[in-house]
Design a protein around this ligand. Structure first.
Ligand SMILES: Nc1ncnc2c1ncn2[C@@H]1O[C@H](COP(=O)(O)OP(=O)(O)OP(=O)(O)O)[C@@H](O)[C@H]1O
Ligand SMILES: O=P(O)(O)OC[C@H]1O[C@H](OP(=O)(O)OP(=O)(O)O)[C@H](O)[C@@H]1O
Length: 232
């Protein structure tokens, strides 16, 4: 059986992901030309590399289309309902750091915590005639954090596919849930992170699809051990 490892084909994680594999003694070579979406590990015949985008990788790990992948924890947890049951986070790779956060307009001086935001949400309809609107592309993480963890039920998610930080100023939402790394986009849009508003501290991870055929396959344990060793 061939094992498939999905690596980022483009974007911010591409170079770091192949560098980790090279340090782990698994040098990746493209099959065919440079723009090919398939690769192999030099000197190894029974491992195939699939080059996909970070979001496609999280989807393929979820549906078992690949055995391993390198992608952001945020994308895996957003894409999969019961992530820990379906995948194993084998290693945190030390790049692609980004926090998924709840941010509100800086001028909301009385709102510093999720409890404060819960109070705002509870009063929102009476004051404004509609529910508090949250712009995000992370609707699953938002629902888990607001409803399950903080018991906040009175809100509406406005799906945002880009420029989420601009939503409060443009009036399409009141607050946002998005990723931040340096914080400069939030600052430029006059938004502040709630003091207990960090939903997830994400980074690139080596992730394995939990499959019965992996049990007892020595290659599976070896890939994990090699990548872990390359990190230390
Ligand atoms: N400043 C940042 N902005 C966006 N994503 C970041 C940032 N820093 C780290 N990441 C992480 O990078 C991953 C997304 O990477 P990237 O944007 O390259 O992939 P993608 O979403 O597949 O790309 P595309 O949207 O073009 O398909 C996420 O896991 C995210 O947490
Ligand atoms: O905290 P910061 O360092 O300012 O980074 C955060 C911003 O970076 C990302 O957007 P980006 O423009 O990189 O592209 P993307 O939305 O296409 O991923 C992300 O969506 C945030 O808007």
């Amino acid at each position: 059986m061939t094992l498939t490892i999905a690596l980022p084909s483009k974007g911010r994680m591409k170079d770091d992901a192949s560098a980790i594999f090279a340090r782990a003694g698994m040098k990746i070579a493209a099959v065919g030309n440079e723009r090919s979406y398939r690769g192999r590990v030099e000197g190894v015949d029974d491992i195939e590399i699939a080059f996909l985008s970070a979001s496609e990788i999280s989807r393929e790990i979820g549906n078992g289309g690949v055995d391993f992948g390198v992608t952001g924890e945020d994308l895996v947890r957003e894409g999969l309902a019961d992530a820990d049951a379906r995948v194993e986070f084998c290693a945190r790779l030390g790049f692609g750091h980004a926090d998924v956060v709840v941010a509100v307009p800086e001028i909301w001086l009385d709102v510093d915590t999720m409890a404060d935001l819960g109070d705002v949400a509870a009063d929102f309809r009476a004051r404004h005639g509609r529910r508090l609107a949250i712009a995000t592309k992370y609707w699953r993480l938002t629902q888990q954090f607001f409803s399950a963890q903080h018991g906040i039920q009175l809100y509406r998610i406005v799906e945002s596919l880009g420029a989420t930080e601009g939503a409060p100023a443009s009036g399409s939402a009141d607050i946002i849930v998005d990723i931040t790394s340096t914080g400069s986009t939030l600052k430029a849009n006059h938004l502040k992170i709630l003091s207990d508003g960090i939903i997830l501290k994400s980074e690139a991870c080596l992730v394995r699809a939990r499959k019965p055929e992996h049990e007892g396959d020595p290659r599976v344990a070896e890939i994990i051990a090699r990548v872990q060793a390359a990190l230390s």
